[in-house]
Design a protein around this ligand. Sequence first.
Ligand SMILES: *Cc1c(COP(=O)(O)O)cnc(C)c1O
Length: 444
Amino acid sequence: MTRTTRIITTPPGPKAQAILERDSRVLSPSYARDYGFVMDHGKGAQVWDVDGNRYIDFAAGIAVNSTGHSHPEIVKAIQEQAEKFIHISSDYYHEVMVRVAERIDEIAPMKEDVTVFLANSGTESVEAAIKLARYATGRQRFIGFLGGFHGRSMGSLSFTASKFTQQERFFPTMPGVWHVPFPDPYRPVFPIPQDGDAGDAVVDYMENVLFPEALPPEEVAAVLVEPIQGEGGYIVPAPNFFPRLRRMCDQHGILLIADEVQSGVGRTGKWWAIQHWNVEPDIVCIAKGIASGVPMGAMAARKSVGQKWKAGAHGNTYGGNPLACVSALKTIELVKNGYMQNAAAMGEYMLDALDEMQTRHPSIGQVRGRGLMVATEFVTDCATKGPVPQLRNAVIHRCFEKGLLTLGCGRCAIRFMPPLMIEKELVEEGLEIFESALSEVEGR
Ligand SMILES: *Cc1c(COP(=O)(O)O)cnc(C)c1O
């Protein structure tokens, strides 16, 4: 691949500036933007702004553009469907909606067959899961995790706890959600037990402190958890966590809901991140990468759970939208036929390269992730692990100015989540930009 000029005008350039100005007058200021990238078009893992600058895309629209930007087969599938019909509503039937559910049933991380509810976003897939959990169990309460992110609508927001600003001034959200610490091996909240890990510590806390002292387990409908925390910092839980959590849930009749909205559909090198621990959830929440950017969410539940609610208990207007369905079908096919394998290989390459980079940059405290869900955390020094969000923010900015799109996560991490089809040359080039941006910021 030839390396073409990346940045021709320091971004945001004049055309971008004009759009930022108009945007600020009419769009909600609640959108959190780190820098002024104004998109013109994209191809694969590269994007161009309105001033003609070229960028390598390590953000993929927040882990959404799994097959890359405007994959020709995705575009063709959407075009062909648009000419047939664009919408019919879930009051009626159509074949591609059935086919999407059949595909999800085939790839879902549970042996039992699933029933699928289709929606339009991650938060809606989570709302569907928590409503089903209440309905199916007849229980009211839930357990979530500090650092978790599950969406912004009032039900999912009651679980979301990865940033203070997501919660501030919105209470009361849905009552009955208890938050416990996530088993972060790098920054464990509880002391690690002698024959165990940070995962044992968290489950021990629930079993030995939370349940006997405050939260009757027979009132808990479900535990809602991200197999790898996304917005919270791309945190991979300690190895014992999921097996122990599954046993705890089984013991008390609590459902296990895996929020795979960010980690699912091949991103971590397996269909679902929870499969890295050989644990089966009862319900899985899906969105982001499932339809390559056409809005779609899905909630898949083990049939014995999902069949418990009756007609009219839950629904929507757009769920199963045919444009989203054909895009999802093509996405699943492409991920299955190579992109998932590529994500595993490129992810390993990226982790190795970043591990090596860490030896040259003491401000990198930890490199972590699975597949193409990778992050580096920035610290004052490796011994005290003091978080340095300012440095992180400055590196993100400098990457942008040099032609690489990245996003932050957690308190002081940068995440790398390129399209699953990314070529090795672009991974290398992106990491070069990242390291030179980091060196410049460290040298200031
Ligand atoms: C992004 C995200 C959501 C919310 O998805 P939206 O489509 O923004 O509503 C839920 N859960 C996780 C893990 C996410 O990363």
